[in-house]
Design a protein around this ligand. Structure first.
Ligand SMILES: [Zn+2]
Length: 60
């Protein structure tokens, strides 16, 4: 159960496929929808990235 602060409506959250950096101390990731390469490299440290599912606010 999510707790909502009633002051503001939050956008719905959806499971989103992202590319996540494989470097442990790097938090780089990007939405798969916004990525055009088949196997992108991390924009921060240039490491390989792996697909991962995150729950993120929906973008309309
Ligand atoms: Zn990285």
């Amino acid at each position: 159960m999510a707790f909502y602060n009633n002051k503001k409506e939050k956008p719905p959250e959806v499971e989103t496929t992202v590319w996540a950096c494989t470097t442990n101390d790097c938090t780089g990731w990007m939405r798969e929808n916004f990525t055009f390469e088949k196997e992108p490299r991390c924009p921060f440290c240039n490491s390989e990235m792996v697909r991962e599912v995150k729950t993120l606010p929906q973008i309309s």
